[in-house]
Write a new protein. Structure first.
Length: 191
């Protein structure tokens, strides 16, 4: 008999792992880790930049490799990251360090805000607030940080995010305030 409740955690984990494998294949055959050059992003909206990153056309940030997490999807005002909690992220108590939670959540929050930036506008995180509600160990094979924009104005943007496991368990939640500003565009290439 089919139930209309949450999918079985194992099957949800399998879906997450399959998405991750598909994306890793794209990313590994693409630009790799690094920072996009100004002319690569000039004239693109934040959403277009994030989409180009997912397609391997633009480099993805090196911290993703360092801390074992990756961008999974973006939409207008939303971003989802997936992370693998591991021993390299442990604090002295043998659980995943709060900084790892914060980095994943900050990434989801910031990238959600980034998707709302028109060409020529950028943002910087001014405030990050993280609530950790449950410890994390590698027993939880993957977590997702799901960020969504609450407000995006000309000078301020706010967003919130949740860090959840495949079974829907909440591990942490966070909010951010970002400052929005104008970017000096690089001069157009001479013809």
């Amino acid at each position: 008999m089919k139930s209309h409740h949450h999918p079985h955690p194992q099957s949800q984990l399998e879906v997450w792992l399959a998405e991750e494998a598909r994306l890793l294949h794209t990313l590994n055959s693409g630009a790799g880790p690094g920072v996009a050059r100004p002319e690569q992003v000039a004239g693109k909206s934040g959403l277009e930049v994030m989409q180009a990153m997912l397609q391997g056309e633009l480099p993805y940030p090196p911290i993703a490799k360092t801390l074992d997490f990756m961008l999974i999807s973006v939409g207008e005002g939303s971003a989802t990251f997936q992370g693998t909690p591991g021993v390299p992220h442990f604090n002295p108590m043998g659980t995943v360090h709060g900084g790892w939670f914060a980095t994943l959540l900050d990434s989801a929050l910031g990238c959600a805000v980034h998707t709302c930036m028109p060409p020529g506008r950028a943002y910087t995180t001014a405030e990050l607030s993280v609530n950790i509600v449950r410890a994390l160990t590698p027993k939880v094979q993957r977590v997702r940080a799901i960020g969504r924009v609450i407000h995006c104005g000309r000078q301020l943007a706010t967003a919130d995010a949740q860090l959840i496991g495949p079974d829907g368990t909440l591990y942490a939640h966070a909010t951010t305030t970002c400052l929005v500003f104008e970017v000096k565009q690089p001069p157009a290439a001479q013809g």
